[in-house]
Design a binder for this molecule. Structure first.
Ligand code: B4P
Length: 187
């Protein structure tokens, strides 16, 4: 399955819980990038400039990384992709990767929340974690990219009839309950 939503909608938060409850591996492109930035690998050095500006890391880099990750054995029993695909080109690439690995998508979970709530949450996270892309100007840029480029990605999956929408407003536990109920219906 995929989990898609604007920055701050709770993707990473809910992905960890879904992964634990369903026993499927959660793969977050943002987490992989941040880990590489921390370890100062060539991938991390390349990704950092884009991430700090709130821009997408180029598709060529991101696609190669996801292709490698989805070739691992642990995805065969199910997987949850968090934060990918985010562009039309990534949708096409993911279709190819899944076909080549004889994998299929069952559900695309979309988390929704309004922009002002998202800005509030991410500014709250900035105070706790000090993430370099969590300042108001960059947050608003990331939200703009979501609306321009990632919302159309959801429409592509809507045409395939596999999107389940969940309201991301409420406490983390409330959202998890909604997600688990929605997934039971969707599967
Ligand atoms: P991500 O790591 O995906 O960052 P994000 O969109 O901000 O989501 P995240 O998962 O961190 O936050 P969440 O909604 O869980 O990407 C970071 C960067 O990596 C991108 O900007 C880009 O540069 C690059 N990148 C990643 N994937 C890419 C791709 N496919 N192509 C190109 N570039 C890519 O939650 C955020 C906060 O909200 C948390 O602090 C949480 O505690 C809080 N929260 C969650 N649920 C809540 C609730 N119900 N109530 C209150 N607070 C809540």
């Amino acid at each position: 399955m995929l989990i898609i939503g604007p920055p701050g909608s709770g993707k990473g938060t809910q992905a960890a819980r879904i992964s634990e409850r369903l026993g499927v591996v959660a793969i977050s492109t943002g987490d992989i990038f941040r880990d590489n930035v921390k370890r100062e690998t060539p991938l991390g050095v390349e990704a950092k400039t884009f991430m700090d500006a709130g821009d997408f890391v180029p598709d060529s880099v991101t696609n190669r990384m996801v292709r490698d990750r989805l070739a691992a054995d642990d995805v065969q029993e199910g997987f949850l992709l968090d934060g990918y695909p985010r562009t039309a080109s990534q949708v096409a690439e993911l279709d190819d990767i899944l076909r080549e690995n004889e994998l299929a998508l069952d559900v695309v979970l979309q988390l929704t929340a309004d922009d002002e709530e998202l800005v509030r949450r991410l500014l709250g996270r900035a105070e706790l974690d000090g993430r370099s892309d969590d300042n108001e100007q960059v947050i608003r840029h990331r939200l703009g990219l979501y609306h321009d480029q990632t919302a159309p990605v959801v429409s592509r999956y809507d045409e395939r009839g596999i999107v389940t929408r969940v309201d991301g407003i409420g406490t983390i536990d409330e959202v998890t309950d909604r997600v688990m109920t929605a997934l039971k219906v969707a599967r």
